[in-house]
Design a binder for this molecule. Structure first.
Ligand SMILES: C[S@@+](CC[C@H](N)C(=O)[O-])C[C@H]1O[C@@H](n2cnc3c(N)ncnc32)[C@H](O)[C@@H]1O
Length: 315
């Protein structure tokens, strides 16, 4: 990274993740944090996505921000009838199943031109929006001033945020000293939804709603599985929770509730199975513990699923 002076967080954050020597030019997401696409959990996520697709009558999965294609791989294994397309900044993994299409993308809010006119598709953005950089601001009296950051992570205050950002904050985030202005995420999400002619767009992320915004913001950094001080030097993942209610949506639902609704929370396996089919019993226990992790209210069960159904009359 260059030894630049203080820059607005949004700009420094973008370069730190997507610049030529940014995090995602060098590393896979899984090198830095564990999520629902990690081994042991990804099959439960794939089952949830497939259950949603079957319920909505959709036959194509577009996995936006696909990371290493972990979810896409689990989906083609479970459902060879589904067409799977990944859209990702990182290169296609060499060992990816040839049935999976891989469309290169730019980073952050920018999407590839080739992604458009999608029909019969579930477009899933799993942990994308938290990595779309947004303006960070602090309240100074009645004004909102942009927070800047130096290459070593030292913060300072810059100028006033622009009018559109101030209007977003006025509408969506009125309390607290530090505000993560979600406008670039709202716009990125609206852009993604606009690429769909018929289907369901789904964003999955940690998030918050107007009545419970984080008082001091949520910008966080992870390096090799541990929490570190946010420094925009390309050495750590930089993420901030998503203001899910400001995203265009038909429904907001917590992962733990959705998995239950989709009938994916199993009853404990019958103990008798332990003697008649020990392997099956152990597999059932492992599956149940993966579902428990995916529905844990203080963990992945607290992820928001933002659902937007699209039916355009010309489709
Ligand atoms: C937090 S990781 C999530 C990866 C995967 N979805 C998961 O849940 O494990 C964010 C991913 O988004 C990708 N990404 C960021 N902006 C993108 C964009 N505009 N288009 C496609 N991928 C993007 C990054 O390269 C990175 O792999």
């Amino acid at each position: 990274m260059s030894a630049a002076g203080p820059r607005p967080w949004r700009q420094a954050w973008h370069e730190a993740l997507y610049g030529p020597s940014g995090l995602y030019a060098q590393h896979t997401p899984h090198e830095h944090f564990t999520t629902a696409t990690s081994p042991g959990l990804v099959d439960v996520l794939a089952e949830a996505v497939l259950a949603l697709m079957r319920r909505e009558g959709l036959s194509t999965l577009v996995d936006l921000a696909a990371g290493g294609g972990e979810l896409a791989s689990a989906v083609v294994e479970l459902a060879p009838d589904i067409t799977v397309r990944c859209v990702e900044v990182r290169p296609r993994p060499a060992d990816l199943d040839p049935r999976i299409d891989w469309l290169p993308s730019l980073g952050g809010a920018a999407l590839p031109d080739a992604l458009h006119s999608l029909t019969g598709a579930l477009v899933l953005a799993h942990e994308w929006l938290d990595n779309v950089p947004c303006t960070i601001a602090e309240r100074v009296g009645p004004a909102l001033q942009e927070v800047c950051v130096g290459a070593d992570g030292t913060e300072s205050l810059g100028g006033a945020v622009d009018e559109a950002e101030a209007a977003w904050a006025e509408r969506w985030w009125q309390q607290g000293e530090r505000i993560e202005i979600g406008l670039p995420r709202d716009e990125a999400w609206a852009d993604l939804v606009s690429r769909l002619d018929d289907g369901l767009a789904v964003a999955v992320d940690y998030g918050h709603q107007r009545e419970a915004r984080p008082e001091t913001g949520s910008l966080t950094a992870y390096r090799r599985g541990g929490l570190v001080t946010p420094v925009p030097d390309g050495s750590c993942d930089l993420t901030a929770h998503v203001a899910v209610d400001s995203l265009e949506h038909d429904r907001l639902v917590l992962q733990r509730d959705l998995l239950r609704e989709l009938g994916l929370v199993p009853a404990p396996p019958d103990h008798a199975l332990a003697s008649t089919d020990p392997g099956g019993y152990l597999r059932a226990l492992a599956h149940r513990s993966a579902v428990a992790a995916m529905t844990d209210p203080s963990g992945l069960g607290g992820f928001w699923w933002v659902l937007r159904r699209v039916v355009r009359s010309s489709a």
